[in-house]
Design a protein around this ligand. Structure first.
Ligand code: KIV
Length: 284
């Protein structure tokens, strides 16, 4: 099997087939979401929060993204691999954006790269696309601008915000992106933007009318029950079974019931060399 291409994804949109995107940050999770049938796997800079434990994505570097791209690529057989350009790896100039995107493809094995921002990021998108690298845009709540937004808030609620969001999405399409993420925008606005664009829209907290959806794997699987924004649906509740499995393991280690005989390696039949040399005596 080979990984889905941009063309495969565009055919899905043309055939009104919805696209399922999931994040992954390592080879094991990549293998599992690939087997689950995800069409696109995103190595999101959300790894700053869910893997590195930060409260935002701003500490993530290009080296981190390259490393996690490599890990995820090893676990994928069928899904398309998109890797995020992290904060300050593309904002300086279109040239900087191209060099960073090139690293994600060449070293991080990305098939496409994602970057945040609308009108202001359009020159970077254009430069990357001109070099033959497919780009996914990202508008609405763009977490790398969390300090400018004053928190993780819904975007585009009023008329002015809605107009700006549509203008941003059109600018990214015009610059050559093949796909765009709409994050935390009213469902009605996401539907209008999807109708206005020819490129694929992927929603997160943006209602059902987008061409596809994305969720962070840790949210989808319920790894952290203390985190439950409105747009997350947990398709499993894995926090409790994981904690309980580890606590059972800890109990068995302490009581000496693990490892049992079947988990240990045993000598072949006959006396060992140690026994032959020293008999029953200590080898000291
Ligand atoms: O970093 C990320 O995981 C993302 C998705 C939530 C869209 O950008």
């Amino acid at each position: 099997m080979s990984n889905k291409t941009v063309l495969d994804l565009q055919k899905m949109k043309a055939g009104n087939q919805r696209i399922a995107m999931v994040t992954a940050y390592d080879a094991t999770m990549a293998r599992l979401v690939d087997q689950g049938g995800a069409d696109m796997v995103l190595v999101g800079d959300s790894l700053g929060m869910v893997v590195q434990g930060h409260s935002d994505t701003l500490q993530v570097t290009l080296d981190h993204m390259v490393y996690h791209g490599q890990c995820v690529a090893r676990g994928l057989e069928a899904a398309h691999l998109t890797v995020d350009l992290p904060f300050m790896s593309y904002q300086v100039s279109p040239e900087q954006a191209l060099v960073s995107a090139g690293r994600l493809v060449q070293e991080g094995r990305a098939q496409s790269v994602k970057l945040e921002g609308g009108v202001r990021s359009a020159p970077a998108v254009r430069r990357i696309v001109e070099a033959g690298i497919p780009v996914v845009g990202h508008v609405g709540l763009t977490p790398q601008s969390v300090n400018a937004f004053g928190g993780f808030r819904v975007q585009g609620r009023g008329d002015a915000g809605a107009e700006k969001l549509l203008a941003d999405a059109l600018a990214i399409q015009e610059a050559g992106a093949f796909c765009i993420v709409l994050e935390m925008v009213p469902a009605e606005l996401a539907a209008e933007v999807t109708a206005a664009l020819d490129i694929i829209t992927i929603g997160i907290g943006a209602g059902v009318e987008c061409d596809g959806q994305v969720l962070v794997c840790n949210d989808l699987l319920g790894f952290d029950t203390s985190f439950k924004p409105r747009f997350v649906k947990r398709f499993a509740e894995l926090e409790a079974p994981i904690v309980s499995a580890v606590s059972e393991y800890v109990g068995e280690v302490r009581s000496g019931t693990f490892p049992a005989s079947e988990h240990a390696f045993h000598r072949r039949k006959g006396p060992s060399k140690v026994k032959r040399l020293y008999g029953g005596r200590s080898a000291k």
